[in-house]
Ligand binder design. Structure first.
Ligand code: HEC
Length: 114
């Protein structure tokens, strides 16, 4: 079982070149993903648009265990009630790998780096 698990982890690492090994992605790397996947029409780094500013999301969850898992699911499925009554629609277009990079960037204050 442990063996299988290590293969899975290895597979995930190989599938995400430069992600697991590298530091938190920078805004320069992430912005095109936000634009290509429609996030930019509702989110901005430092100001609230339709959805919360990513800096505020980082402040709310930074350091919380399990925050990444929670946010991955929330962004994928959409929902409301955390920042107000406006609903975030499900985001089905963005790949799992890209979504993981975006959430990593949001949570680790990458939003503050260039
Ligand atoms: C149509 C507008 C819209 C789009 C498009 C959108 N969001 Fe959101 N997003 C929202 C709203 C509204 C909320 C607040 C939901 C709530 O209050 O629970 C939100 C919340 C969030 C949160 C915080 C979730 C929480 O529970 O605290 C994150 C992170 C986030 N969005 C990331 C993304 C990413 C990444 C994308 C693109 C793949 C995206 N959003 C696309 C409107 C949008």
């Amino acid at each position: 079982m442990t063996m299988i698990r290590s293969y899975l982890v290895l597979g995930a690492l190989l599938a995400l070149p430069g992600w697991a090994a590298a530091a938190t992605p920078t805004t320069v790397q992430i912005q095109p993903l936000l634009d290509a996947n429609g996030c930019s029409s509702c989110h901005e780094r430092s100001e609230r648009l339709v959805g919360p500013a990513f800096d505020d999301v980082a402040k709310k969850y930074g350091g919380n265990v399990g925050a990444a898992t929670l946010l991955l699911k929330k962004v994928r499925n959409g929902g409301n009630g955390v920042w107000g009554q406006v609903e975030m629609p499900a985001n089905t277009r963005i790949s799992d790998a890209d979504l993981a990079r975006v959430v990593d960037w949001v949570l680790h204050g990458g939003a503050k780096a260039p």
